[in-house]
Write a protein that binds this ligand. Structure first.
Ligand SMILES: [Mg+2]
Length: 365
């Protein structure tokens, strides 16, 4: 049976972030429409407070138009240094809840909180409270089993919202929305979809994916999945590990590869999961063995292209072990497995420094 663990993803979006910071720093602005953006003749609105939005002022609007629509507004130049400072405070709250935080901007992030015993709703509620107490800002939260729906959810009850889209409700919530609400559907794609008779997400969900594929290429098939609320994308934190490894020191020395293999297999599985979570591959696999006399050897193999399945990693480890030439009855106190030269398949392909295949032996005391 295929078993897919259900995930819990939060999308957190600070409400009218720039104007809210301005309000925080100058309480006299309370109740006034606040517009932050470029004040020059060609400036555009970066962000407008909810009071200003009531006048039809929104981000990306030319400043000249905004001033006509809302003459009584307070117009301010952005203070990015201050916004970054508050953003850092907010993100440190997020990171106290999960290592898997993916920022989208200063004021938006995805969190994967699948590992928590508390529910997504409980966590979101606590995070909202902490953000308010520690910074004075409000954040809208969406809770769902994937990124697509979490982001949709955070937008449903702004400001200061908290919305959970349950898996069984997803289709019904998506169906009536216009196609533009779907990720990756810009104005021109939306027009092509409308011309072809698709106006709502529900219509896309029941569309023949071949027909949509003909209309929009590869993108079309993907779109049918999204319209059905299916989204497998991982929450991927920025920056990536240079290497991933695991090792263990045995309570009692071991004497053969057969005894080491189950450990190495579990390392391979952990490393594979770490790569998969970040959607990365590795080209170099290293096996490490430390003998009873503390002599330590590492052997590395650089593959022609990125690998990441536990089977591939284990097969390489087995071959490296063979070449280490473990003598029968030789006492080992530690084994470890690691990978480096990590990246996307494209990035790894473009690494001329990694002539492959390569086998390297390092021996140190
Ligand atoms: Mg925001």
């Amino acid at each position: 049976m295929a078993w897919v663990m259900s995930r819990t993803i939060l999308h957190l979006d600070l409400d009218a972030f720039y104007p809210s910071v301005e309000l925080l720093d100058d309480p006299r602005l309370a109740g006034t429409p606040v517009i932050v953006g470029g004040l020059g003749s060609r400036g555009v609105v970066a962000s407008a407070s909810y009071e200003a939005r009531a006048f039809g002022v929104h981000s990306a609007l030319p400043m000249a138009v905004a001033r006509r629509r809302c003459p009584e507004g307070i117009y301010l130049q952005p203070r990015f240094e201050r916004y970054r400072e508050l953003s850092r405070q907010v993100f440190s709250i997020y990171r106290s809840w999960s290592e898997l935080v993916e920022p989208l901007s200063l004021d938006e992030a995805y969190l994967d909180v699948s590992h928590h015993t508390a529910s997504g709703l409980q966590i979101a509620r606590r995070i909202k409270q902490q953000v308010r107490e520690r910074t004075g800002l409000t954040v809208s939260a969406g809770v769902a089993h994937n990124k697509l729906l979490a982001k949709l959810a955070s937008d449903m009850d702004k400001p200061d919202g908290l919305t959970w889209i349950r898996e069984r409700e997803a289709a019904a919530i998506l169906a009536p929305l216009p196609v533009e609400r779907l990720r990756g559907v810009g104005p021109s794609t939306a027009q092509r979809l409308r011309d072809a008779g698709y106006t709502s997400i529900g219509e896309l969900a029941t569309a023949d994916s071949d027909a949509l594929g003909r209309l929009l290429g590869k993108h079309g098939t993907r779109m049918v999945e999204l319209a059905r609320g299916e989204d497998q994308r991982e929450v991927s934190p920025p920056g990536r590990p240079k290497s991933i490894s695991a090792e263990t020191t045995f309570d009692k020395d071991i004497y053969s590869w057969a005894e080491a293999a189950p450990h190495v297999r579990s390392f391979a599985e952990r490393i594979a999961a770490g790569l998969e979570r970040r959607d990365l591959f590795a080209r170099t696999v290293t096996l490490k063995v430390r003998f009873r006399d503390f002599r330590t050897i590492t052997r590395s193999y650089t593959a022609a292209e990125g690998v990441r399945s536990p089977e591939q990693l284990l097969a390489i480890a087995r071959e490296l072990a063979r070449r280490v030439g473990l003598r029968r009855g030789q006492a080992m106190r530690l084994v470890g497995l690691g990978v480096h030269n990590i990246g996307s398949p494209e990035e790894l392909q473009a690494r001329p420094d990694l002539r492959a295949p390569q086998l390297r032996l390092f021996e140190h005391d």
